[in-house]
Design a protein around this ligand. Structure first.
Ligand code: CA
Length: 189
């Protein structure tokens, strides 16, 4: 107590964020001190550059897309603590019986889908898939191989015959995958 972060975060704000996100007050306090340490300009909001100082993010091949996802509800390219927590909640590990609407399977799938859907048109095109594949595998696989992986993936997933992957296709393909585990990033400790 008595440090800068606990002074600035009011109890009713903690309670509200707990209700929104399912994080415990102790986790919220810890993430808040993390948030304020990233907030170099001390203005209560983070810029895109601030996010790149999170080491767990900086090493993630999808870093740019993940950072972008924090800003989809932001009008001025800054993220306040509440918005920050809403996005983090989607990465929170699901504990049996302690489900929260933000970290449900559906929300995680929706969030992952948006990461692919660069132009926000609700479908994943071949180019968008290639773009993500490229970020994930880097230079280890040739462009031709990536193209054939992307084409085959779309061919197998696309059930509406539009040559693109819809959210329904996406859910079906990932039906048996452990998306809950893959979409859980440990920001805490
Ligand atoms: Ca798209």
């Amino acid at each position: 107590m008595g440090n800068k972060s606990s002074l600035l975060l009011r109890e009713e704000e903690i309670a509200q964020i707990q209700e929104d996100t399912g994080f415990t007050p102790a986790q919220i306090e810890r993430l808040y001190s993390r948030f304020t340490s990233l907030d170099r300009s001390d203005c209560g909001t983070l810029s895109r550059e601030d996010f790149l100082r999170i080491p767990e993010l900086a090493i993630n091949p999808l870093c740019d897309r993940i950072v972008h996802s924090f800003f989809t509800d932001s009008n001025d390219d800054r993220v306040n603590f509440r918005q920050f927590m809403q996005v983090l909640a989607r990465f929170r590990t699901i504990k049996p019986g302690k489900d929260n609407k933000l970290n449900s399977r559906e929300e995680k799938l929706r969030f992952a889908f948006k990461m692919y859907d660069l132009d926000d048109d609700e479908t994943i095109s071949k180019d968008e898939l290639l773009n993500i594949l490229h970020m994930m595998v880097g230079a280890n696989i040739s462009q031709d191989q990536l193209l054939s992986i992307a084409e085959r993936t779309i061919l197998e997933a696309d059930q509406s015959g539009i040559g693109k992957i819809t959210f329904e296709d996406f859910c079906r393909v990932l039906e048996r995958s452990d998306i809950e585990k893959k979409m859980s990033i440990r920001f805490l400790n």
